[in-house]
Ligand binder design. Structure first.
Ligand SMILES: Cc1cc2nc3c(=O)[nH]c(=O)nc-3n(C[C@H](O)[C@H](O)[C@H](O)COP(=O)(O)OP(=O)(O)OC[C@H]3O[C@@H](n4cnc5c(N)ncnc54)[C@H](O)[C@@H]3O)c2cc1C
Length: 475
């Protein structure tokens, strides 16, 4: 069926965002068809998967292609769902699917399966451990992620190819930290609770009380001060503390405990809105709209197209290179100098490559060295008085988030790197224990927020909540 040229109206909504940002595969194929227009050009970069990395890559290629030489096509299996991170929106109740397995899911009724999906979640593979699966939508899991983004240590990159490590270290780590908001500190999580927790954690680390913690002096600087020599007063400002206490070295080390969150809470400068929690969607939408403006509504001239609901099933490989991309909507050719990028998430990218490149020299290496990212959640409560430097006057709802890097050496001499994401909240005062209505907060009503007011709750879970949003429009 041909894609509708104007924004379609559903029973409830006019789909302006979808139509403005996306194209149908029919439109993409027609735009590359020389039989229709002699000036038509094929897509020479085809990105398979429009999730976190696919969307970020599409945007990056679009803006860096100063010579306007390339045509970029992103094929995404799911629909356009949200224009930004779910926590940046009013509380719509659109969450992450619960962990399950295909075997469990298939035992449920169609209605239960639909409820589990939370609109877009799906399980692509069988597993003997339950998991939430993938968010099949533009932006992928970046619409839901917690935003914790610590930079990999040199020791963690030891087995990586040297040119890749060099490019990450000299350019891309810093650029991405800047882009997603990790270089900002203390603008989202700050205040008395955060400072008291951080100071106590710092003191415990310095006293050697935390088993397996990597010494702060051995860790790289916080991105906000990396590669330069900050003054003590600048460091205090970054930490959100007043007074004259602390040497430059001590303050610099304490700053390393600030959570590396991809959140920007305050405007970077006057007249700008903060990006809040990062997702890849705003980037992708900006690039798509610029591509549309540049092409002046002529699809043949459009250098970036994003096709949702387009499930890629196979790559046709001839002579060792991909020549066609097969999808549920039809196939699309790859020109001789074209590139196909797999951005379907670790396992699905590997699966598509294994299914498509079998027999090609080196294909047996696909899927080796996959890195697993394991996480355990632990929720503990402790009395307010355990935080030595927290004033008893602090009674309001506050959040803290800190980061500790550790290395454990097993008895056989092998080592594993781990980190603790420490989140803590003061309990909500009883007078304000109600669900958010007029604010844009997504602070969840988890059991930890409704405990006795004499206790704190601390948790190692990924941050999924945020205090009052700051993205209100200035008059
Ligand atoms: C609740 C939650 C919290 C998280 N918190 C953190 C955190 O704090 N820090 C951190 O580092 N990581 C976190 N993560 C993990 C992080 O979000 C993911 O590692 C990252 O987003 C993966 O990006 P990706 O592009 O590889 O995959 P995705 O974002 O999943 O993108 C893959 C895309 O491919 C599409 N796709 C799949 N198959 C096909 C196909 N056959 N054809 C076409 N399209 C297809 C999917 O629809 C999807 O859009 C979190 C994840 C979740 C769910």
């Amino acid at each position: 069926m041909a894609t509708t040229a104007t924004s379609p109206t559903t029973e409830f909504t006019r789909d302006v965002l979808g139509r403005y940002v996306c194209n149908g595969l029919d439109e993409a194929r027609a735009s590359a068809d020389r039989g229709r227009r002699p000036d038509a050009r094929p897509f020479d970069v085809i990105i398979v998967g429009g999730g976190t990395f696919g969307a970020a890559l599409a945007e990056h290629l679009w803006f860096r292609d100063k010579a306007h030489r390339h045509r970029i096509l992103a094929l995404e299996g799911g629909p356009f769902l949200l224009p930004e991170h779910v926590q940046n929106l009013p509380v719509v109740g659109l969450g992450v699917a619960d962990a399950t397995s295909l075997a469990d899911l298939w035992r449920r009724s169609p209605a239960e399966q639909a409820a589990w999906r939370k609109e877009v979640w799906g399980l692509a593979w069988h597993a003997n451990v339950t998991f939430p699966g993938l968010a099949y939508c533009l932006g992928g899991r970046s619409l839901y992620w917690g935003g914790w983004s610590p930079r990999l240590l040199d020791t963690e990159l030891a087995a990586w190819p040297a040119p890749v490590v060099s490019e990450l270290d000299t350019r891309y780590f810093a650029e991405s930290e800047q882009q997603i908001g990790v270089a900002e500190t203390n603008d989202f999580i700050y205040g008395d609770l955060q400072n008291a927790l951080r100071q106590q954690l710092y003191a415990s680390l310095m006293a050697g009380k935390i088993t397996d913690a990597i010494a702060l002096g051995l860790l790289p600087d916080h991105p906000a001060v990396r590669g330069r020599t900050p003054t003590a007063s600048e460091l205090r400002a970054l930490l959100g503390v007043t007074g004259n206490g602390g040497t430059v070295t001590a303050l610099r080390d304490e700053l390393k405990l600030e959570a590396p969150l991809a959140v920007q809470g305050r405007p970077p400068r006057a007249g700008f809105f903060p990006l809040n929690k990062f997702s890849a969607m705003p980037l992708l939408m900006k690039a798509a709209r610029e591509a549309q403006a540049e092409a002046r509504n002529d699809d043949v001239k459009k250098r970036l197209m994003i096709v949702p609901n387009c499930h890629v099933t196979h790559l046709v490989v001839e002579g060792g290179r991909a020549t066609r991309v097969l999808t549920n909507q039809g196939d699309i050719g790859v020109p001789a100098d074209g590139v196909v990028v797999l951005a379907l998430g670790t396992i699905e990218s590997t699966r598509l490559a294994l299914n498509s490149f079998g027999g090609v020299p080196g294909a047996d290496l696909i899927g080796r060295n996959l890195i697993g990212h394991l996480r355990s959640n632990l929720t503990i409560r402790f009395p307010r008085t355990a935080l030595a430097s927290l004033s008893p006057q602090v009674r309001d709802l506050q959040a803290g988030a800190l980061f500790v890097k550790g290395r454990h050496t097993h008895t056989d001499g092998s080592g594993r790197v781990a980190h603790f994401q420490r989140r803590a909240r003061t309990p909500r005062p009883s007078s304000s224990r109600r669900s958010p209505t007029s604010t844009r907060s997504t602070a969840s009503a988890s059991p930890t927020t409704s405990t006795s007011s004499s206790r704190f709750a601390a948790s190692a879970r990924w941050s999924r909540s945020r205090p009052r949003a700051t993205r209100t429009r200035a008059a």
